[in-house]
Design a protein around this ligand. Structure first.
Ligand code: ZN
Length: 138
């Protein structure tokens, strides 16, 4: 942040502010925003907007991944269940738990991982009932 050799006093002189103001400004920037944005971020409205945004992003990721691994039907490839809340991604050749542990992901962050890895092969969309049935048959 600080130009080579410049003291806070030199920066303060350049911008015609006090040295204390420069130190405060740097502290605000380190915390991720100005005093005004930090104050705003602490409000209920900001928290709600952020939560809604994250939720929407999670839903979009899940919708995309579920659609991809069901050949665009967005339904279980075994029984046709299409209620999104019931659908999940199945590791076709098993080993799902070990894989999730290995990459340290679960749920939404697993969908994010799939997208980041260009939606690799070896997965399919199944509803939870069909997952249970598959597990019982193995
Ligand atoms: Zn199913």
């Amino acid at each position: 942040m600080r130009a080579e050799g410049a003291t806070y006093q030199a920066i303060a002189d350049t911008f015609a502010v006090t040295r204390q103001r420069v130190i405060q400004k740097i502290a605000e920037l380190r915390e991720g925003g100005t005093r005004r944005t930090l104050k705003y971020n602490a409000t209920d409205r900001a928290r709600d907007l952020k939560r809604d945004y994250s939720k929407r992003k999670r839903q979009e990721r899940k919708a995309l991944v579920i659609a991809h691994y069901s050949d665009g039907t967005s339904a279980c490839i075994k029984c046709g269940e299409d209620r999104t809340a019931c659908l999940s991604i199945d590791h076709i050749n098993g080993g799902g738990h070990a894989h999730l542990r290995q990459i340290g992901k679960a749920g939404s962050s697993f969908y994010e991982w799939l997208i980041k890895n260009d939606l690799p092969e070896g997965y399919q969309t199944l509803c939870m009932n069909c997952q249970w049935i598959k597990n019982a048959e193995q």
